[in-house]
Design a protein around this ligand. Structure first.
Ligand SMILES: Nc1ncnc2c1ncn2[C@@H]1O[C@H](C[S@+](CC[C@H]([NH3+])C(=O)[O-])CC(=O)[O-])[C@@H](O)[C@H]1O
Ligand SMILES: O=C(O)C(=O)Cc1ccccc1
Length: 246
């Protein structure tokens, strides 16, 4: 079991930019569950959706895998011949723990899908032919100017019957919607035990690091990258998940 997240509980003179370091990795399962409404539902159903798109002799990518929650869901749900999961993250703290969890699982259950855990920047990674690519709350941490070329690279690697599974925090073009859904997200955090101080300091830590797009911007960019359909399959407050088809 992971520790409870108290990273922003004490007042800080100057809140530093958020980074995925050892302190974050240690509390990450607790942090993401209490911060992202719908996270357990999204992770579980990415496995269910992936099972519909997985093709033999292809890779299933978990890009920005953190501790590998999506990879574990893929392992639970996808039973397709000769597929391999590749989980990638550029945070040393995350990838080391992810590798430990996955290796422990692999040695306990021999029938599990093979998995490779790689420490790398997904922007400079060459992709093998893939049928499923999951970007579960990862694109929002990529420099906005580099998002289109990343999506183009993913589109080029995708099997015609494959899918990109994209989850993101989203902003709303209507100010009324933005205010309502942002307030509801804050209420969700409060209901999960975060104080006003924790909520405010984390918001400030994320300000320069996590750039949020609207559904319309995502749709447009995905189309420009070559995707022919973009279907939202889940939304809870200002968090959404999409299936994009090549
Ligand atoms: N350029 C990059 N290359 C590789 N990894 C990156 C890069 N930029 C950021 N990351 C990694 O993307 C992950 C984003 S968290 C994903 C949750 C996970 N998918 C989950 O389903 O639990 C989302 C969140 O914390 O809101 C972090 O582990 C970063 O190190
Ligand atoms: O906490 C938030 O406000 C978020 O938007 C999501 C999040 C979750 C975990 C790490 C970074 C951001």
């Amino acid at each position: 079991m992971s520790e409870q997240d108290h990273l922003f509980a004490q007042p800080q003179a100057k809140v530093a930019d958020f980074i995925f370091n050892e302190n974050v990795a240690r509390v990450f399962p607790d942090m993401i569950k209490r911060s992202v409404p719908g996270y357990p539902t999204i992770v579980e159903n990415i496995g269910v959706i992936a099972a519909q798109f997985a093709q033999p002799n292809t890779v299933l990518y978990d890009l920005g895998c953190s501790l590998g929650a999506v990879s574990q869901s893929l392992r639970r749900h996808v039973q397709c011949d000769s597929t391999k999961i590749i989980a990638v993250d550029n945070s040393t703290a995350m990838i080391q723990r992810c590798d430990e969890y996955m290796s422990a699982q692999s040695s306990m259950y021999e029938e599990l899908q093979p998995i490779e855990v790689i420490e790398a920047d997904i922007l400079s990674l060459d992709l093998l032919p893939a049928s499923v690519v999951a970007l579960n709350f990862t694109l929002q941490f990529i420099d906005p100017e580099k998002r289109l070329s990343l999506l183009r690279k993913i589109h080029s690697a995708l099997h015609p019957k494959g899918a990109l599974l994209l989850s993101e925090k989203i902003r709303f073009e209507s100010q009324a919607d933005q205010t309502l859904l942002n307030d509801l997200h804050i209420a969700f955090k409060r209901a999960n035990g975060y104080s006003e101080m924790e909520i405010a300091q984390k918001r400030s830590a994320l300000e320069n690091v996590m750039m949020i797009d609207s559904i319309e911007v995502h749709r447009q960019r995905l189309q420009e990258a070559g995707f022919t359909s973009v279907t939202p399959w889940f939304q809870c407050f200002n968090f959404a998940s999409f299936v994009a088809l090549p």
